[in-house]
Design a protein around this ligand. Structure first.
Ligand code: NDP
Length: 330
């Protein structure tokens, strides 16, 4: 018997989440059974703990889009019992039962080995949000971003993606301007390495101007909506925005075409869900090398399975700071 956070739906379509006892035979069929140690709370988890938001295929459901743990049994040659592994993406926790569980059964191809130099807790402090932040930084560098050309903007900076992006960019030597709607997180963000705090309202007013002053040499954007419309008009010539999320809304507003035509700005979409194995391994290696572990620790808020219904609601309201690490065995 093991414990998991199970979300179910009643006849009226109302969902509820509670910690339940399950048997191994309840898990879906797949190659590898993992004794989960840690999972995390990402924005998508908030959606899946609640009404699903179109992400959950079938109820009852176990959310948790990422986890780290130890292989318990494997019918795939790539893994043997005792191996430490990490999972992010592949719609685990959405279409397939996820990491809010002391046991998980998944396809071997969805896993990567625990990166050298990181513990299962540290990889989950990074989690899907942090992996995505690293993929965004790598994409910006692949498109020519280098240090010494002015500030790099990070939006939604006090959230999960934004916190890791801020810490990684600062440790690489970039000047980071962190956008937040929570002024009380200023000390936290400067502690992660931000050299400037930009109040959210400075970037959310929609203007009719086709372009504004050239301010940013790169941007990791977790927010989209009105803010992305403004940011695009403020990018320096030939720079890139790595767009990872839409915490501020799905529509981009404003006179959109001008930054692309007149300033050669690139808009790079970042998706961590279907990343090939080699990219995942490369991103985790970069995290182990470029993310200072003391800064990672400063982002962490510990949690248990029982805390998840509240935390899921909080993250959808933009009220979670940094990264929540769920000890599923606590
Ligand atoms: P968080 O909730 O931790 O962070 C989002 C942050 O955005 C908030 O903390 C807040 O930061 C800011 N924010 C929230 N609402 C608004 C708003 N209405 N207007 C402006 N800013 C707002 O989520 P994550 O960092 O985990 O994820 C961020 C986004 O990235 C989500 O949309 C998520 O789905 C997406 N994502 C995408 C991935 C991919 O593979 N592409 C992977 C992981 C996440 P502050 O208080 O500092 O302003």
């Amino acid at each position: 018997m093991f414990k998991a956070l199970v979300v179910d739906k009643d006849d009226e379509g109302k969902t509820s989440a509670s910690v339940k006892d399950l048997e191994l035979s309840d898990l879906p069929d797949a190659d590898v059974t993992v004794a989960v140690e840690y999972s995390t709370v990402n924005y998508k988890d908030g959606l899946c703990i609640g009404p699903g938001g179109g992400l959950v295929r079938n109820y009852p459901h176990i959310p948790g889009i990422d986890f780290a743990g130890t292989i318990e049994s494997s019918s795939d040659d790539r893994y043997k019992p005792g191996d430490k592994v990490v999972l992010t993406g592949w719609r685990v926790g959405e279409a397939h039962w996820g990491g809010y569980s002391q046991k998980a059964r998944v396809k071997a191809g969805w896993l990567v080995p625990l990166p050298d130099g990181l513990t299962t807790r540290q990889v989950m402090a990074v989690g899907t949000a942090g992996l995505t932040a690293m993929l965004a930084v790598m994409a910006l560098e692949d498109h020519g971003m280098t240090q010494g050309h002015g500030p790099v903007l990070v939006t939604g900076a006090a959230g999960g993606v934004g916190s890791v992006a801020t810490a990684v960019l600062a440790s690489l030597g970039y000047e980071v301007a962190a956008v937040t709607g929570r002024p009380e997180t200023a000390d936290y963000l400067t502690g992660l390495g931000a050299s400037r705090i930009v109040p959210r309202e400075e970037l959310t007013e929609v203007t009719r101007k086709p372009l504004e002053g050239e301010s940013w040499s790169g941007c990791v954007d977790a927010v989209a909506g009105a803010m992305l419309g403004r940011v695009l008009k403020q990018m320096k010539y030939g720079t890139s925005v790595a767009a990872v999320g839409l915490a501020g809304g799905a529509a981009i507003e404003g006179a959109l075409i001008t930054p692309f035509i007149l300033r050669g700005v690139n808009l790079l979409g970042i998706d961590s869900v279907m990343q090939p194995y080699a990219n995942r391994v490369r991103a985790w290696q970069r995290i182990a090398k470029d993310l200072p572990m003391d800064k990672l620790e400063a982002m962490v808020q510990p949690a248990t399975l029982a805390d998840l219904p509240k935390l899921g609601a909080d993250i959808l309201k933009g009220q979670v700071k940094g990264r929540v690490v769920v000890d599923v065995n606590a």
